[in-house]
Design a protein around this ligand. Structure first.
Ligand code: SAH
Ligand code: SF4
Ligand code: F3S
Length: 478
């Protein structure tokens, strides 16, 4: 048994990261999944979604097949998120459901992994109160799933293996991509920013960049499989390379990726701190780098930004924002905002409102601050009531929605490129896809267009999505 430890997770070692190319190997005695099914419930960010693609591929290599629902599965994995308290509550609620299931179907195997598993208190809670959970593993040993699964089955008792210190970078891992035309590509793991409210640096370890040649090779292979859009993935992609190279940064990687013949490139998430002028130049220069930037601001108050440890001021953020808009006029910029951070006064909140009125974001993800055990902010004095925080969130959301609708309004009757991904879940006759600026569009058009980027005329505009029809040049449009 290996339990996580928060003090260990805080440490940043000088250990050189090793790159390992031949670690993952499924031998015939590991194929214990024949005739069995798996179901993975994923919580949290794109990083976790992508980890689930890895978990799925590993399980399928072990001969498990995917179940269409949890009730039918022989193996259930919860790939969890620790970012806010409500993410926790959802997982414990789900464990309650699974416990019932396990009472009627004794043989099902249940595992918990992801960021919650990295938390000391969660791992201990599972060890002491959820003894029926067969398997707990963290974010640093996903590739060890086959060994852990076999071990827990052989020993017939709970297997917990969660490492606090990140390991090496394992290459040549398999992924079962959820989308045929869009793919995530990890460019780095972990985060060293230690924003005072955030648990990610503890659950994902220190920043480790993948080698550029491994990233480029993965992208080239994806293109051969027909992928049209790739998203470069990291908690703080703009810091790419800093831990690995002297003179190769995110702007260089982005340019090298842009030179590959792939129609669409995106990247998430950008921390404003590392966003260089050269980055803006590269985005502006290459047509296949999408004009879409997720640029979390978190707060509009300099006092709160300082307490959050974000390392920029409101003024610096606005300068960067304006520079991007000036060089890339059609850029869609979205953000994340936290309300109710410890010490946030009405005045601080009003400064956030002011900033939103200045930037008029295309979209924003808004959250009430949630104290995370072990983070510096969780020890700060917090006097604002939950009612007040909820009220601030509501006020902010109203404004965010207003600007989201306004930015969508600008597209009415315009012709925009849309990558058609598939058929709408709600209506068989409607296709769905995303614009270059990452807006969801419901499209009336030919099903043959699935997997292609087509011109779409926007016919109606809502807050969260657009409606449109396939636009064919020289056809008589009324
Ligand atoms: N790496 C990204 C953010 C990852 S977490 C970045 O730095 O931009 C996604 C969002 O969750 C954050 O941007 C923040 O707005 C929110 N978040 C993180 N920790 C939080 C907490 N303790 N309480 C509330 N929201 C939080
Ligand atoms: Fe968390 Fe800050 Fe790192 Fe983003 S940059 S993952 S908010 S510590
Ligand atoms: Fe959640 Fe971990 Fe992502 S805490 S937001 S799943 S990195």
């Amino acid at each position: 048994m290996v339990l996580p430890n928060i003090n260990e997770a805080k440490k940043r070692t000088k250990n050189k990261v090793k790159f390992i190319y031949d670690e993952y190997n499924i031998t015939s005695d590991m194929k214990i999944g024949t005739g069995k099914t798996y179901y993975i419930k994923t919580y949290g960010c794109q990083m976790n979604e992508h980890d689930t693609e890895l978990l799925s591929a590993i399980l399928e290599d072990m001969n498990f097949t995917k179940a269409n629902n949890m009730e039918n599965a022989d193996l259930i994995l919860l790939n969890t998120c620790a970012i806010r308290e409500n993410a926790h509550n959802k997982v414990f609620g789900m464990l309650g459901r699974i416990k019932h299931l396990k009472e009627t179907k004794k043989d099902i195997i249940v595992g918990l992994c992801g960021c919650m598993a990295q938390e000391e208190s969660v791992a201990l809670n599972i060890k002491n109160k959820y003894k029926w959970v067969d398997l707990v593993f963290g974010t640093h040993n996903i590739h060890k799933l086959p060994d852990l699964l076999i071990e827990s089955q052989n020993k017939k008792h709970q297997e917990i293996e969660v490492y606090s210190i990140e390991g090496d970078i394992i290459e040549n891992l398999p992924y079962k991509r959820a989308n045929k035309y869009k793919a995530w590509v990890n460019i780095m793991y972990g985060c060293d920013k230690f924003c005072t409210y955030c648990i990610v640096p503890y659950t994902r370890g220190k920043q480790r960049s993948r080698k550029k040649e491994d990233i480029l090779k993965e992208i080239n292979d994806l293109i051969k499989d027909g992928v049209q859009e790739i998203t470069l993935l990291g908690q703080n992609v703009n810091a790419y390379g800093k831990d690995l190279y002297d003179d190769y940064k995110m702007e260089n990687l982005l340019e090298d990726v842009a030179k590959i013949n792939i129609p669409r490139i995106r990247f998430v998430t950008s921390h404003p701190w590392d966003f260089t002028d050269n980055m803006i130049e590269v985005i502006a220069k290459y047509k296949n780098v999408m004009p879409f930037i997720h640029l979390p601001v978190q707060s509009g108050s300099n006092k709160i930004l300082k307490l959050m440890g974000r390392r920029y001021t409101k003024e610096e953020y606005i300068t960067l924002f304006n520079k991007i808009k000036e060089k890339i006029p059609n850029a869609s910029i979205t953000t994340d905002i936290i309300v109710g951070f410890p010490g946030e006064t009405e005045e601080d909140f009003n400064e956030t409102i002011e900033l939103v009125n200045t930037c008029k974001f295309d979209l924003a993800y808004t959250f009430i601050y949630s104290p995370r055990e072990g983070t510096p902010a969780s020890k700060m004095e917090d006097k604002v009531s939950i009612e007040e925080k909820s009220h601030r969130l509501e006020t902010l959301n109203e404004l965010i929605n207003k600007y989201a609708k306004k930015s969508n309004d600008k597209l009415l009757n315009k012709i925009v490129p849309v990558l058609i991904e598939g058929i709408s879940e709600k209506n068989d006759n409607i296709l769905t896809g995303y614009t270059d600026t990452n807006k969801l569009v419901n499209v009336v058009g030919d099903k043959d267009n699935i997997g292609k980027i087509i011109d779409v005329k926007i016919t109606d505009v809502k807050t969260w999505s657009l409606d449109g029809e396939e636009y064919i040049k020289n056809k008589c449009h009324n």
